[in-house]
Design a protein around this ligand. Structure first.
Ligand code: PMP
Length: 440
């Protein structure tokens, strides 16, 4: 259903785009890039749609950055936040508050055993920082392995884990972090359809442990599908082999589900389940709060017991407002089977994108599943980075917001609110066809 669009564009009272841009430039962190040449200025959101300051409507196929999970201003999430805001807005986790217990209970119900302990934090970066702390304390080792091309955050630990220069400041990295060569369906050395590809890619981790560490590691962390890195799934048996090497070296396995969790892959609620593995620590953010700043780490009783030898405290983790946002979001996901819906709409998109691929050879790969998809553009066996940037801008002109990313910036990322309809999917495919024709 379309929203009651309760402003008329001419009546929008906020500053003009030019004025806002100038004021922003004067005060705001100058390192935050603006995604579009003509900056995007959304002033209203409802479910999968956004309206800019002129009243133009857009289909939001990126959901913030893979964050708005059940829809912008979802009525039930809005109602839960509003009701809580009128009762008590803040209570630290060291007081008793039902909202934190209720959300923790429903969150752990989505996990297989033995993942039944929750820690609430405020962002994906903070969650990864905590996950690494847990792994180091529990194993009594300090060395950590992540993958090339991964993204795990912008704080000191997150940046050390992240495996792409774009996201790193030129400061000495924290000690103990190394990056293993990662699978990639186009740019990786082994084709995914080669027999034993998953095992052979995982051998990179074994090699790194053997030749680059003390032989005993604290942790291996991977996104079940690399997100910022361009929606990169792995060969189906990759994580099984990788986890075996890590555990043989005394390490624990961390799944960073910041983009892949909450049913987005359409086949399992958690991305790791698609590979038949169970990690020891799971990190989640983005989708968990439908846009509310909230993140969590879920782990085992054993790891939590080690953590409980000292105090682990943060001011906002478990804040009632964030908790009711998370609980209302999860209730909607479970009641409405958003995971099944992701599969349905994702399959329709994949079919449509593959049919575009047969018409436009610049599309080298369509990958992902459910509503976490990537389309990679390649010209003459080189990443089509400039083309991708133009494609991204043109989509916006046509009323479609998508994401961009990948090793070389040659991937368009589709990660919409999970309420995308069949008609929206067809609209997206129509825009892709038009833009491809325009740019070809
Ligand atoms: N992990 C992954 C997989 C992410 O995609 C991100 C954010 N893009 C993070 C961690 C960091 O999350 P945040 O920006 O909330 O710190």
């Amino acid at each position: 259903d379309l929203p009651p669009c309760d402003y008329i564009p001419e009546a929008y009272q906020g500053p003009s785009k030019e004025e806002l841009l100038a004021r922003r430039k004067a005060v705001l962190n100058p390192g935050i890039f603006l995604l579009y040449k003509d900056p995007f200025y959304p002033v209203q959101g409802y479910m999968q749609y956004l309206w800019d300051e002129t009243g133009k409507r857009y289909l939001d196929a990126f959901g913030g950055i893979c964050t708005v999970s059940v829809g912008h201003c979802h009525p039930e999430v809005t109602a839960a936040i509003t009701a809580q805001a009128g009762m008590i807005q803040h209570a630290p986790t060291c007081y008793l508050h039902p909202a934190v217990v209720e959300f923790a209970e429903s969150l752990v119900s989505t996990f297989p055993d033995p993942l039944k302990r929750v820690y609430f934090v405020n962002s994906g970066s903070e969650a990864n920082d905590l996950a690494i702390l847990m792994a180091r304390l529990f194993t009594d080792h300090h060395e950590v392995i992540s993958l090339r091309n991964c993204y795990h955050g912008g704080n000191a630990v997150g940046m050390s884990l992240t495996g792409h220069h774009t996201w790193k400041y030129p400061v000495p990295p924290m000690p103990g972090f190394q990056h293993a060569k990662a699978p990639h369906p186009i740019w990786g050395p082994i084709r995914y359809d080669t027999p034993g590809a998953g095992r052979d890619y995982a051998a990179e981790i074994q090699q790194l442990i053997q030749f680059g560490t003390s032989g005993k590691i604290a942790a291996f962390i991977a996104e079940p599908m690399q997100g910022v890195g361009g929606t990169v799934p792995y060969p189906s048996d990759y994580l099984e082999h990788a986890y075996a090497h890590v555990r043989a070296a005394g390490g624990v396995c961390i799944a960073d589900e910041v983009q892949t969790g909450f049913g987005r892959t359409g086949t399992h609620f958690w991305g790791f389940e698609n590979y038949g593995v169970t990690p020891d620590i799971v990190v989640m953010a983005k989708s968990i709060g439908n846009g509310f700043p909230l993140a969590a780490v879920v782990t085992t009783d054993e790891i939590a017991a080690k953590m409980s030898e000292r105090i682990h405290f943060n001011t906002f983790g478990g804040d009632p407002l964030a908790m009711v946002a998370g609980k209302a979001t999860l209730d909607v996901m479970l009641r409405d089977d958003t995971m099944g819906h992701c599969k349905l709409i994702g399959d329709r998109l994949i079919t449509g994108l593959k049919s575009l691929q047969s018409r436009f050879p610049i599309i080298a790969d369509v990958r992902g599943s459910g509503l976490i998809l990537g389309v990679e553009f390649v010209i003459d066996r080189q990443p089509a980075t400039a083309f991708t940037a133009d494609f991204f801008e043109r989509c916006k002109d046509h009323g479609l917001i998508v994401g961009k990313g990948g090793l070389f910036g040659s991937v368009i990322r589709i990660k919409p609110p999970m309420c995308l309809t069949e008609a929206d999917a067809d609209f997206l495919l129509g825009v892709f066809a038009e833009v491809l024709a325009e740019l070809s």
